[in-house]
Design a protein around this ligand. Structure first.
Ligand code: ACO
Length: 325
């Protein structure tokens, strides 16, 4: 049976120039390189420059993805930006990216699901493509978490970084089997009962300020592994695949220990997991497309590979996608 698939044509990414190492951080907060590496796997993170906004990071990643896809900006129907750190409360960061790219047709909007944002955005874009409503979409994850960190709180400020990643999707006909190229399944979940474990203590409607990130890391950790493993299994099942079919896991990069424990539960060896957490830290919605682009550009991910993307973040929100590159 012929069905419409959202096929990935290209990826791109961008990291701000400035690198902040653990050693540098240990001079401003009571921490050590050893503690950060042992507990999280993080060695360094990138920090956006003054005047460099989420939309700038997103635009740079988008340009790379469009170039790899060989797609003209005039052919694009939709831009979805996943971000929890927009340039402004409104308008959306996506409309700024649209303008930066010189795109005057179609439509653009943001999706907010914190660290799960890219999987949510991918799912939204895929629905538009699979129904035949549109043909070409640009899906971006972009964040400047450095702007919402309490740089005096060692339990959170060592964990996050800035960056952006992007993927171009195009509607193409498939056979309706797990061998098709494109997004084979997406599974999304949320549970608002856990707001107090991971949140920002401000917002336009509550305090009138942007607020700063607060997290009870241990509790988040406990939920993360079981939620991620379960949703990964569900996405594979919906795609008609099993863990044996997976070539690469491209996980949200929050913590090396979470990634390892989840991979073990899903039954996929660490050699098949794309890891960037040591170099980037947790870049929230940007982390999956950043890792994906790294895997594509260094030649590990090749056309026809089955990828399992999975993420969990504030809300809680969590989700997974099976994508044949
Ligand atoms: N340097 C040194 N010591 C520290 C630091 C630090 N940077 N941070 C905390 N500590 C101390 C704590 O104060 C505590 O000390 P105590 O025992 O004297 O009280 C000790 O280290 C242990 O702290 P824990 O919080 O128990 O450490 P844990 O092993 O749980 O690691 C971490 C903390 C890394 C935050 C982990 O819990 C984690 O990764 N959680 C999940 C994060 C996550 O996945 N978030 C979801 C996505 S984020 C998003 O959606 C925006």
């Amino acid at each position: 049976m012929s069905i419409r698939r959202a096929v990935a044509l290209g990826s791109g990414s961008y990291l701000p120039e400035r690198i902040l190492t653990n050693a540098e951080l240990s001079r401003t907060v009571d921490t050590t390189d050893e503690w950060i590496q042992t507990r999280t796997g993080i060695r360094q993170r990138h920090i956006a420059a003054d005047g460099e906004f989420t939309s700038d990071l997103a635009t740079a990643a988008a340009r790379q993805a469009l170039e790899m896809a060989g797609l003209d900006i005039g052919a694009l129907d939709l831009i979805v930006v996943a971000t929890a750190t927009p340039d402004q409360t409104f308008p959306s960061t996506a409309t700024r990216v649209q303008h930066n790219l010189g795109m005057t047709q179609g439509f653009a909007f943001d999706v907010q699901a914190v660290c799960s944002g890219f999987v949510y955005a991918l799912s939204v874009a895929a629905q538009y493509i699979e129904t035949g409503k549109i043909t070409n979409a640009l899906v971006i994850g972009a964040e400047t978490f450095s702007r919402i960190l309490d740089w005096t709180d060692r339990t959170t400020c060592v964990l996050f970084g800035d960056g952006a990643g992007a993927v171009v999707l195009q509607g193409r006909d498939g056979e309706g089997t797990k061998d098709d190229r494109g997004i084979l399944s997406t599974e999304l979940r949320s549970d608002g009962a856990h707001n107090a474990l991971l949140y920002v203590d401000g917002g336009p409607s509550s305090t009138g300020t942007a607020g700063l990130l607060r997290m009870r890391g241990k509790e988040v950790f406990r939920h993360a592994v079981s939620n991620l493993a379960a949703i990964g299994d569900e996405a594979l099942k919906s795609a008609g695949a099993t863990s044996d079919d997976v070539d690469w896991v491209v996980p949200h990069q929050a913590n090396h220990r979470i990634i390892e424990a989840t991979a073990r539960k899903v039954g996929i060896p660490m050699e098949q997991v794309i890891l960037t957490v040591s170099e980037h830290g947790n870049t929230s919605a940007a982390s999956i497309p950043l890792a994906l682009d790294q895997g594509v550009r260094d030649g590990r991910i090749t056309p026809g590979n089955l990828l399992l993307l999975e993420a969990m973040g504030g809300g809680f929100t969590w989700g997974a996608a099976a994508l044949r590159w």
